[in-house]
Ligand binder design. Structure first.
Ligand SMILES: [Zn+2]
Length: 319
């Protein structure tokens, strides 16, 4: 304390300047000869993490923020995750319509010049409006007319995401731009192949009506021409009430729906009750790839698992 006081204002300033110099030397020493290092990337959800992995490949591994079965709609960050976020060079997320828990930390990070790539507002993504139609009242923050955040479920948007990630990483790390571009070309080819496979799997069942628990599949339905009849909830944070369940039952009856998609987040008791009281098939559908190991291959596996679930649920009942 005495030393600090004796140093006075001038002395303290000199100390700060010399600290800054040491900082510059350290950074210069840690930098690889070829230029700035590959950026440290944090990605919010598994499917987008997979697309980023396809662009980075052997150059580096992006970190995944939401692991396990948690839904991004009502996520709360742990302190260790907040620290990872603060240390990142780049944060890739869908946007405020999905990961509302990221809005505040990212606003704070913008003040210290960390970079972010928000997908829902990106010009390379074609957004769809939230339908606002379900058997439930609109959920808070998901009213009719806002962007439906499940953009990754249309393979054309996946290609847009690949391009946006390539552009951002090439700007931040120009020495590897040609490798990011080569990985992008390879990834686009892969996604075109998946699209054809999904089309093949869904052939013949596209016109069959179905009901979902959470209105999260609009992009997939549009991309592959499926026949959506309604949703029990707009997002999983609102559990349906008795009235909503009754309306769902009526729709199942009136439109001769034979298929209901459940999700891991919804109570299995409710799914069981609907299955018992109607003559529908109930198949589980997962837009996030909860059971698939994260990585570059996840996106393909996710779309194929989804097309498989649609095929099983919508194919004609044989007695
Ligand atoms: Zn959702």
């Amino acid at each position: 304390m005495l030393y600090h006081n004796a140093l006075g204002f001038q002395g303290k300033r000199a100390l700060d300047v010399s600290r800054q110099r040491i900082g510059v030397w350290l950074v210069a020493w840690l930098m690889p000869i070829s230029g700035w290092a590959v950026p440290d990337v944090v990605v919010s959800i598994k499917p987008v993490h997979s697309l980023v992995s396809m662009i980075m490949r052997d150059l580096g591994e992006p970190q995944l923020l939401i692991e396990g079965a948690a839904s991004p709609h009502q996520y709360a960050m742990r302190p260790s995750e907040a620290a990872r976020l603060a240390d990142a060079d780049l944060v890739v997320w869908v946007g405020p319509s999905l990961e509302s828990f990221l809005v505040r930390p990212l606003t704070q990070m913008r003040a210290v010049s960390s970079r972010e790539l928000q997908l829902q507002s990106n010009p390379l993504i074609t957004p769809l409006k939230s339908r606002g139609y379900s058997f439930a009242r609109p959920a808070v923050g998901r009213t009719k007319g806002s962007v439906d955040p499940h953009v990754w479920l249309d393979p054309k948007n996946a290609v847009g995401i690949l391009q946006a990630v390539t552009d951002t990483l090439s700007q931040m790390d120009p020495s590897n731009a040609s490798r990011y571009a080569a990985n992008r070309d390879h990834a686009i080819q892969e996604i075109n192949e998946i699209q054809h496979n999904v089309m093949r799997v869904l052939q013949g069942v596209q016109s069959e009506p179905f009901v979902v628990f959470h209105d999260g599949y609009q992009y997939f339905e549009h991309a592959f021409g499926l026949n959506y009849a309604g949703a029990l909830a707009l997002s999983p944070e609102r559990q349906p009430g008795v009235r909503q369940v009754r309306m769902l039952m009526d729709t199942i009856d009136q439109q001769s729906v034979t298929c209901v998609f459940s999700e891991p987040q919804f109570p299995s008791k409710l799914v069981q009750m609907i299955a018992d009281q109607t003559d529908v098939r109930v198949v589980s559908l997962d837009p996030l790839g909860t059971d698939i190991a994260p990585g570059a291959h996840l996106y393909a596996e996710l779309l194929l698992a989804m097309s498989d679930a649609f095929q099983r649920c919508l194919s004609p009942v044989r007695d």
